[in-house]
Ligand binder design. Structure first.
Ligand SMILES: Nc1nc2c(ncn2[C@@H]2O[C@H](COP(=O)(O)OP(=O)(O)OP(=O)(O)O)[C@@H](O)[C@H]2O)c(=O)[nH]1
Length: 221
C-alpha cells in the first residue's frame, strides 16, 4: 500500500483576508517560507513532499515512521502563521491513499514509485517562442497527466521549468500518462522503499536518458 500525508493550514483563508487588500506580498513571502520548510523537513525523513496549494501541502511517505512524520510537521508549524493539521492516508494507489486520508487503513507499505518527467529541448523552444510558451506546455503536460492519473491512481505536480513529479502506483503506470502527453518527454522512474530516494533514482534515470539523447522511460530500482 502507498502512504500519503495531507497537511492543512487551519484558518489560512481567514488569515489571508485579515491582512487587508495590501496582502499579496506578505502571503507570497510566507508561502516561500512554508515551501522551504516543507521541502527541508519532509525530504530529511525520506518523504517526497509538494507545496501543492500552500493552504494544503502533501507528501508521499511510504515506509516513513509516524513519529518522523510528526517531527517533520512540527518543523513546518514554525513557519506557518496558523495551526497545522494533517492526516495520513493509505491506499492501493497514491490517489486512493490521498482520498482515504484520516480513515486509519492498515496494510503493508510497498516501495514508493516516483517519476521525474521533463519536456525535451525546452531551452531551444524557450529561445524561439519565449518562456511563457514553454511554461504553458509544462502546464498542459501537468493537466494531461492529471487526467490520466484519474485512471491509474497517480498524483502529478509541477516542479518548475519543464519538470513534473508523479507519485505512481507502479512503474508501468507512467505509460498511461506518456500515451496522452503531446510534448516529447523523458521520464525517469525510481523505485525505493522511501519516496525521496525513489525520486533521486528517477532523476538519475532522467539524466541517463538525457545523456543517451533518448526519450521515453528509464526505470531505476
Ligand atoms: N525542478 C527542477 N527543474 C529542473 C530540473 N532540471 C532542469 N530544470 C528546469 O527545467 C528548465 C529546462 O532545463 P532542461 O530540461 O535541462 O533543458 P532542456 O533544454 O529541456 O534540456 P533537455 O531536457 O535535455 O532536452 C531549467 O531551466 C530549469 O528551470 C530539475 O531536476 N528539477
Amino acid at each position: 500500500m502507498h502512504k500519503v500525508v495531507l497537511i492543512s493550514l487551519r484558518g489560512y483563508r481567514e488569515w489571508t483576508e485579515s491582512l487587508g487588500p495590501r496582502r499579496e506580498h506578505i502571503i507570497q513571502k510566507v508561502q516561500a517560507r512554508i515551501h522551504g520548510a516543507l521541502w527541508s523537513s519532509f525530504t530529511a525523513v525520506g518523504a517526497l513532499p509538494h507545496h501543492f496549494r500552500y493552504d494544503y501541502l502533501i507528501a508521499l511517505a511510504n515506509n516513513v515512521p509516524r513519529h518522523w512524520i510528526d517531527a517533520a510537521v512540527a518543523k513546518i508549524r514554525r513557519s506557518t502563521p496558523v495551526e497545522v493539521d494533517y492526516c495520513i492516508g493509505m491506499g492501493d494507489t497514491p490517489l486512493d491513499a490521498y482520498r482515504s486520508c484520516g480513515e486509519h487503513k492498515e496494510g503493508k507499505e510497498s516501495n514508493a514509485v516516483v517519476a521525474h518527467v521533463d519536456i525535451v529541448n525546452s531551452t531551444d523552444a524557450t529561445r524561439i517562442n519565449g518562456p511563457i510558451h514553454t511554461y504553458l506546455r509544462a502546464i498542459d503536460m501537468l493537466r494531461t497527466a492529471a487526467g490520466a492519473c484519474e485512471d491509474v491512481g497517480c498524483i502529478a505536480f509541477y516542479l518548475g521549468g519543464d519538470n513534473m513529479v508523479v507519485y505512481l502506483p507502479e512503474p508501468r503506470a507512467i505509460y498511461a500518462l506518456l500515451d496522452r502527453v503531446e510534448a516529447p518527454v523523458r521520464a525517469g522512474v525510481g523505485v525505493s522503499p522511501r519516496p525521496y530516494t525513489a525520486f533521486v533514482k528517477a532523476t538519475k534515470g532522467l539524466d541517463a536518458l538525457r545523456a543517451e539523447n533518448k526519450t521515453g522511460v528509464k526505470v531505476v530500482r
